[in-house]
Write a protein that binds this ligand. Structure first.
Ligand SMILES: NC(=O)c1ccc[n+]([C@@H]2O[C@H](COP(=O)([O-])OP(=O)(O)OC[C@H]3O[C@@H](n4cnc5c(N)ncnc54)[C@H](O)[C@@H]3O)[C@@H](O)[C@H]2O)c1
Length: 357
């Protein structure tokens, strides 16, 4: 296979980002699109010169010029097209968050493993940034010693989708359709990155808090049933821990940080710096990469990386198994928020060697 034939399911906001990433990208060609809103799909196909609009999901999946699909629908519509596509023999890149529930995520992973197709999830978006990749290389090479902790703090000032932006997409603030608020919507990227830096261990327990009510209330007729802010503490079976502070609405600036704690050295991302201690116990900070601009953040690489990996026959980031682990953490965090207690997560079997990256 020299060129990957792609199908696109859902032609909303994020679909534009995928198509911009694929513009002039010769290894892939989008051959058809489908959306439950046919007019939207038609306009999208015209804008990006896509040769066909499929009248149904089944029609799109029956096409022989489609090897893989991108599922770019809202969270409540991820599982069904993903499973149908895998059953039809297509590889799948599914938008984040992976799914609304653990059983749904398990079914998606089980289908990929049974059909032998690759399943990847866009929560890997931040792994593709130059700084994150280099940081992970240093971690994997053992340059930081043993990694025992990682921390992510990511705060938006006013960035609630459905209220402060994307005001047409009120599904973002509806728990039944989005699965939750800031934690599942944008925290999913950070949990993916935290666990990746820790070596993708199994998470054994989660303690979390949530808060809603920062900023103007939603417009009349719209009800917000999800959190604006969450704090999650994670304990892993390899002895490591992680802390996530995430908010899509806050009254805080300039305090975003991603930190990796090793016994020999630490890392701070964006810009990537390695921190050690001199013999006279002074901090030594070594700048490894410049400040990340849009290019080095690599937003579109989740799309082109998927294409490259499928053509090379290897599992793209984030695998369905890793996404299932992230889903378990998020599910446990919401249960912890609801009960006020730490939630234990039962161990899960590891993935077959052949599908691991
Ligand atoms: N908007 C962003 O900045 C952004 C960024 C990263 C990831 N995402 C993720 O991408 C996904 C989509 O978000 P969006 O912002 O593009 O939403 P959107 O509401 O702009 O677009 C979603 C599209 O999916 C279509 N759709 C709904 N159900 C469908 C189904 N069953 N089959 C086919 N089409 C269906 C809708 O008609 C709509 O055109 C979400 O999971 C979101 O979390 C969004």
């Amino acid at each position: 296979m020299e060129q990957l034939g792609l199908g696109l399911i859902g032609t909303g906001r994020i679909a534009h980002s995928h198509l911009r990433a694929l513009a002039d990208y010769l290894p892939a060609r989008v051959n058809s699109v489908f959306d439950v809103l046919p007019d939207r799909a038609e306009a999208f196909a015209q804008q990006f010169s896509i040769p066909s609009v499929s009248p149904s999901l089944e029609d799109l999946l029956a096409r022989t010029d489609i090897d893989a699909v991108i599922v770019a629908t809202p969270p409540f519509a991820h599982a069904q097209p993903t499973i149908a596509a895998l059953e039809a023999g297509k590889h799948v890149l599914c938008e984040k968050p992976f799914s609304l529930s653990v059983p749904e995520a398990e079914q998606m992973v089980a289908t990929a493993e049974r059909t032998g197709r690759f399943l990847a999830v866009c929560s890997a978006r931040y792994r593709h940034a130059d700084g994150a990749r280099r940081a992970h290389e240093l971690v994997a090479a053992g340059e930081l010693g043993t990694i025992y902790h990682a921390r992510s703090s990511a705060f938006r000032l006013r960035g609630r989708p459905g209220i402060d932006m994307f005001t047409d997409a009120t599904w973002f603030i509806d728990k039944t359709r989005a699965g939750g608020g800031a934690l599942i919507d944008i925290g999913v990227y950070q949990i993916d990155l935290l666990l990746w830096m820790l070596g993708n261990p199994h998470v054994t327990s989660v303690l979390a808090t949530g808060f809603q009510g920062i900023g103007d209330p939603p417009p009349a007729g719209v009800v917000q049933t999800v959190e604006d802010h969450a704090v999650v503490m994670i304990r892993c079976d390899n002895g490591a821990s992680a802390v996530l502070e995430i908010a899509w609405s806050s009254n805080i600036t300039d305090n975003n940080a991603f930190l990796v704690f090793g016994t020999e050295a630490g890392l701070r991302l964006n810009p990537l710096r390695k921190v050690t201690v001199s013999p006279d116990r002074k901090p030594v900070e070594e700048r490894l990469l410049p400040e990340e601009g849009p290019e080095s953040r690599g937003f579109g690489r989740v799309t082109t990386g998927f294409v490259d990996d499928i053509l090379a026959g290897r599992q793209p980031w984030t695998s369905g198994r890793d996404a299932l682990e992230v889903t378990r953490v998020i599910d446990a965090a919401y249960r912890s928020i609801a009960t006020g207690r730490a939630v234990e997560i039962a161990s899960i079997p590891r993935l077959a060697e052949s599908l691991e990256r």
